[in-house]
Each structure stands twice: as C-alpha cells, then as structure tokens.
Design a protein around this ligand. Sequence first.
Ligand SMILES: *[C@@H]1O[C@H](CO)[C@@H](O)[C@H](O)[C@H]1NC(C)=O
Ligand SMILES: *[C@@H]1O[C@H](CO)[C@@H](O)[C@H](O)[C@H]1NC(C)=O
Ligand SMILES: *[C@@H]1O[C@H](CO)[C@@H](O)[C@H](O)[C@H]1NC(C)=O
Length: 413
Amino acid sequence: MMTRRNVLSVFGIYVIIAIAHANGNSQNIEGKTEIIHEWVTLDYDLPPPMKRSLIDQKLLIPENLALTEMDVIRGRIFTTIGRTSKPGIPASLNTVIKRNGKSFSKPFPSLRLNRAGDCNSIQSASGIKIDPNTNYLWVLDEGQVNNIRFCRRKLVIFCIRTRKEVFRHIFPDSVLSESSMLFDLTLDRDQELTRYAYVVDSIASKLIVVDVVTNTSWLFSHPSMKGEVSAGNITVNRETIFSRGGINGISTTSDFKFVYYFSVASFKTWQIPTSILRNPSADSITFDENVRMIGIRQHHAVSLTSGTRSFFFPALEINDILKWDRKQDIHIDGSEEEVNLRSLQMLSPTTALNFADGMHIDNGFLYFVTNKFHKVRLGTLDFSGDDGPNFTIGKIFVGEESYLLGTHPKSCQ
Ligand SMILES: *[C@@H]1O[C@H](CO)[C@@H](O)[C@H](O)[C@H]1NC(C)=O
Ligand SMILES: *[C@@H]1O[C@H](CO)[C@@H](O)[C@H](O)[C@H]1NC(C)=O
Ligand SMILES: *[C@@H]1O[C@H](CO)[C@@H](O)[C@H](O)[C@H]1NC(C)=O
C-alpha cells in the first residue's frame, strides 16, 4: 500500500536535483531562465497584526508552508500550498504578489474562503488550471486539512475577475476509493466550450473524467496508470528514492483530440483519444483497445504540460526540462495515431532545478515552480536564508501558447 508519506517522497525527489547542472553537452533552445519570485520562507500578504495573532495562536506556522502547484494567466500567478497533512496553513489557494521587491502569497478568493472545516471553502487545493479563454480558475480540492477529512473532494471553478464561484462538482463515492489522492488535472474543450476535466488519481491509479455540462463524473482504470516496481527507483544526484506512484503527468493536445499521460514510477508515455474519455459509457475495455504507448523516456518525470505544438516535462536524473516536438514527429510518422516520442530537446534552464509538479505555458513562456520538498518533509529547511531561496517560480521562453487558448478569448464578468 502506498501511504501519503510515500507519495510526498515521490514529489520530494524533485528537491534533490539542484546543484550539479551541466550545460556542456546539451542543446540550449532559448536559454535564459528568469526567476520571478523566490522565498526562503513563504509569507502571506495579510495585515501585520493579523499575521502576528495567527502565529501566536499557531494558526500560521511559516515553516510548514511549501509551494506545490501553479498556473498563470497573462503573467498573473496562482499557486497552491498543500495542507492535507500539516497544521498552521491559513490558505491553500493563493495568488502571488510582489511588494518592495518581496513576494507574498495572497489568499484567493479570500482568507475566509480558505477556511478549514467549512465545505463551502477551499480545504486543500491540489491541482489548479486556468482557462485562458474565459479566465476561469479550475481548482481540485482534496477536502482534507492536517490529516482530517472535513469535506468531500470537489472541483470548483471561480471567475478570476469577480472571485465568485461559478461551478462545483462533488466527486461521488462511485469514482473514489479509500486510497484516492487527486493530484492534477488537464482540461478539454469541445466546440469552444471547456467542458471536461481529466483528473489523475495517482494513488488509486485511475483517471476520472468530470463533465461540467452534466455535472457528472466517471472513471477509467488501466495498467498504464499504475507505477511499475521495476521503474520505482528514482536516482537524483546520487540519492535514490523508491516510488510506486501511478498516473500523474497529464496534458491535452491543442486540437483536443488526444490526451497524453505517464505514471511517476514508469518510463512509458501513453496516448488516449479524447473521444474515448468523453464518452461516459466507454468502459475500461474500450480504453484498453484505444490506449497506445508512444515511447519510453530515459528519465523519470512527474509533471507534463503542453503548448500549441510541443509537450514539456522534466527529466529528473539529468536536472533538465525536455521539449517533445509532437508536431514534428506527427509529420515524420504520418499521423498522430502512429506518432512516436522521438524529437526530444533539452531546454537547459540556466538556473538549478528543484522541481515540484507545477509547470504551465502562458504567452510564450514555460513557467515552473521549484521547491525543496524532501527538506520540507524532513523538517530541515534553513529559514535563515544563508543557503539561498528554498522556493522559486521561474520562466523560460519556449515560443508557444497554452494548448487551451482558442481564437476568441472572452473574460468572465
Ligand atoms: C453538481 O452536483 C452537486 C451534487 O452532486 C451539487 O452540489 C452542485 O451544486 C452541482 N453543481 C451544479 C453547477 O449544478
Ligand atoms: C531498487 O533499489 C533497491 C534498494 O537499493 C534494490 O534492492 C532494488 O533491487 C532496486 N530495484 C531495481 C528494479 O533496480
Ligand atoms: C534551503 O535552501 C538552500 C539552497 O539555497 C539549501 O542549501 C538548504 O539546505 C535549504 N535549507 C535546508 C536546511 O535544507
């Protein structure tokens, strides 16, 4: 059985990558990484008296704050601070702002709407995705705070401009299991409407589909969504962690015909047509008949995102981010039904990498979060700052737009 702690250690691996980053033999695409935000310790944008009072009451424990997911819309950054298993975290869903050169997490939609134990509020945001067509923020909420399950898991959509909730789906028992942990999602548009969310249940090794038009969800399971024991040792900078992590990296193509995904403890990358996922009466047999392995990677990765032509994912063992030029390989192989993972290029970010699983494209740039999650977990983070930042948000130019962006974006009012 995979426990929460194992899962965290899976993501913790990212942390170890830092330091040894060789630029020598890799092909550098666009070069420079820009660090937009950095922290030794995360800090909330709250009035100082309130912050002091929260700290005094142990309702804010700064050393428990760790950045995990992120998304971005026209440069505006949203992040999640995981709080499923730790106390002292007043808000899980935040935007990031800068004042006098210092970066702060500002609770979204508000501090109040992040209140633990109130099921109308966000409990622990695990995955977030912004639809650039509507400026809707899609939030996956694990429903649990400091190991207490207060609420059912839900998918909530907010209009960013008004901060109002516009939709929620409560995941029914029929799609969940005891071990479920909903970590990430990708969105799918059908005739200009962003209608489906494909949610990864990494520990129960399932893919859950949410249809926001019918407010229903259903699931698929397949051996490709499980971690493989033979691929469970992940070695980064001479430290090895064993993972059994299942499906986690997932992203949709910009024509919305296919979804690509992989498991944490696996080198295989898979493709499934959205026509199968969108069909609530398709079963796991239909899934099996239509899923296709498109290639074996050489390195482990947790996250996956896509632009208008390429997919992007980290390569843990070599401290890099890879770009797969999908369009080029479709050209070589003749069709997407036959495409193989061939044209890989290293992005070679110029800064040290400590990846969490947040990476997303906005306006030509690939944005990503770095953290030191294993140190967070071990409680050894240095908060003096002598060792430099422990969390950063960076961006690197890739010249593509988000896979989701259509031709007629119209912001929600
Ligand atoms: C979807 O269904 C849930 C109950 O399963 C309900 O709480 C929620 O309000 C519904 N959402 C919409 C938009 O109707
Ligand atoms: C993974 O590492 C463990 C401990 O070092 C070792 O016993 C095991 O054989 C390794 N598994 C694989 C598939 O390499
Ligand atoms: C905080 O980050 C630095 C790198 O900037 C790292 O060397 C240090 O180990 C971290 N703190 C601790 C005590 O883990």
